[in-house]
Every structure is written in structure tokens, then in C-alpha cells.
Design a protein around this ligand. Structure first.
Ligand code: DGL
Length: 270
């Protein structure tokens, strides 16, 4: 038994890295659906079908708890999965809520009514499917009032990262930040709402300038998972082995993952 970490491809490795550092004794099984990435240009039925297939594979690998380390899957599929698909005894958690709790200055499980928060103008950088879903605005509205959110669909960034073309990824990030700043000239906070984006976080930060608070998910998700496992230690699965599964070409994916995480990662076929 281990904790599952699901992503459409390599982006969830940014979350895996953070959760491994925060919880060094917990075994994780990572599933990257590299053969079907990117998800951000797919419709929600398609994202739901692919996500449930991947999560099922993680259940089969012995995971009782799966983290959807993918905003696109969290935005387009998680609610439907939690309402009608997740079997008893299993748990699937997304990556949106920890980020929004941090942005709205809340502790886990604080269900008090929405209130005013420091951030007033928030830039959301995410995939087209995540921006279209408006899941971020919905979750935010439960917790905060008076926050203006401007979404920027960052088309092409995930494809470039999956292809290993970081020069293209960086150029696209700069042009998406420019486009956002034309719509919202003075954001006070920016959310990197895709787990691939921490791999180009420096470029986002440089393009946004020092006045913008940048919210990046991996450490927030790790802190929230540590908190959850403190309350539900039986979901941690202390007896399993860490493993990396991919639907893509395992050699190629291993090489890219090793480059991104700067340590040897060996994927096997999912
Ligand atoms: N990294 C994922 C996310 O957080 C998915 C990107 C994609 O496959 O388009 O949204």
C-alpha cells in the first residue's frame, strides 16, 4: 500500500518531489498518463474517462489515497468522481483547495462564511480546460469576497514541457504573462494553476515582477497532505514501495523525469 500521485504527464513530479521531502517515510506510486498528455485541450468527458482509468490503476497498485496532482483533472473530473465513482474506503483529493486556502488565509477545514482577504486582483495561469471550468472561481467564492480573478489559458506550455523544449516553454510563458498584464495591469497575486508550471516558475516570477505574490502548489499540497495524514494515518500505506508508472514510452519519460528532478527516476509501463 502507498499513496498514489496522478498527473497527465510530468507536471505532477513537482508535487511528488515536495510530498517526498515533507513525508520521507511514506511510499508513493506515481502515474503519468504521458501517452495522453496534454489534458488541458480535451473536453471534460474525455478528462474524466482518462483520470478514472489512471486512478483505477493506482487503486490496483494498492493505493487507498490518490492525490490528483493535476489541476486540469481536479477542475474537470474530481467533483464528478467524488460524487459517484470513488469506492468506499478509497479517497481522491485534488490540488486546488490547499492553494485557495493559502490565498484566502485559512486553515484546513475552516468552513466559516466567505470574507474579505488581502488579495484583490488575482491572475490565474492554467490550462484552457482549467480556465474554462471556472472551478477556481467556484472554490474561491466559498471562502472569499471581493476578489477579482483574471484567467489566462496558457496554451502550448504543457506540450513544450512534455516535449522537453524548455526554450519554447519559456517564450510561451513570457507571452502569456504579457497577455494577462494587458487584461489586468496590476495583479497583487498570481496562481500557477498547473503542476507543470513550477518547472518554469522562475520565468513566471521574472515576467510578473517583484510586486506580485506568486502561489505555487507543490509545497502547499505537501503541507496539506502531511496535515491530512496526521489525522488519517491509516491512509499513508507505510508498507509499500515507491514506483513510477507511465502510459508513455518509459525510457523517454524516465530521461525527462531524471532531467527535471535532477535525480535518477525509472518509470515502468503502467
Ligand atoms: N499538469 C496538469 C495540470 O496541473 C495538466 C496539464 C495538461 O495535461 O494539460 O493542469
Amino acid at each position: 500500500m502507498a499513496v498514489g500521485v496522478f498527473d497527465s504527464g510530468l507536471g505532477g513530479l513537482t508535487v511528488l518531489d515536495a510530498v517526498t521531502r515533507a513525508l520521507p517515510d511514506v511510499p508513493f506510486v506515481y502515474y503519468g498518463d504521458n501517452a495522453n498528455a496534454p489534458y488541458g485541450v480535451r473536453d471534460s468527458d474525455d478528462i474524466y474517462a482518462l483520470t478514472t482509468r489512471g486512478v483505477e490503476r493506482l487503486f490496483d497498485a494498492g493505493c487507498d489515497l490518490v492525490i490528483l496532482a493535476c489541476n486540469t483533472a481536479s477542475a474537470a473530473a474530481l467533483r464528478r468522481m467524488q460524487e459517484s465513482w470513488v469506492p468506499p474506503g478509497k479517497r481522491v483529493l485534488g490540488v486546488f483547495v490547499p492553494l485557495i486556502e493559502s490565498l484566502t488565509e485559512r486553515q484546513w477545514g475552516d468552513n466559516s462564511p466567505p470574507r474579505e482577504v488581502r488579495a484583490k486582483h488575482v491572475a490565474l495561469f492554467a490550462t484552457p480546460a482549467t480556465v474554462r471550468s471556472r472551478a477556481f472561481q467556484r472554490e474561491l467564492a466559498f471562502r472569499a469576497i471581493g476578489v477579482d480573478v483574471e484567467g489566462q489559458s496558457c496554451g502550448g506550455v504543457v506540450d513544450a514541457i512534455e516535449e522537453g523544449d524548455m526554450i519554447l516553454a519559456e517564450a510561451l510563458v513570457r507571452s502569456h504573462v504579457d497577455a494577462l498584464l494587458r487584461k489586468m495591469p496590476e495583479p497583487d497575486a498570481a496562481v500557477l494553476g498547473c503542476t507543470h508550471y513550477p518547472l518554469v516558475e522562475d520565468v513566471f516570477r521574472a515576467a510578473l515582477g517583484p510586486k506580485v505574490d506568486v502561489y505555487s502548489q507543490p509545497d502547499l499540497v505537501a503541507a496539506s497532505l502531511a496535515d491530512y495524514l496526521g489525522r488519517r494515518p491509516e491512509m499513508a500505506g507505510a508498507s509499500g514501495e515507491t514506483a513510477f508508472l507511465t502510459t508513455g514510452d518509459s525510457r523517454r519519460v524516465s530521461d525527462q523525469a531524471t532531467r527535471f528532478l535532477r535525480r535518477k527516476i525509472a518509470f515502468v509501463q503502467a
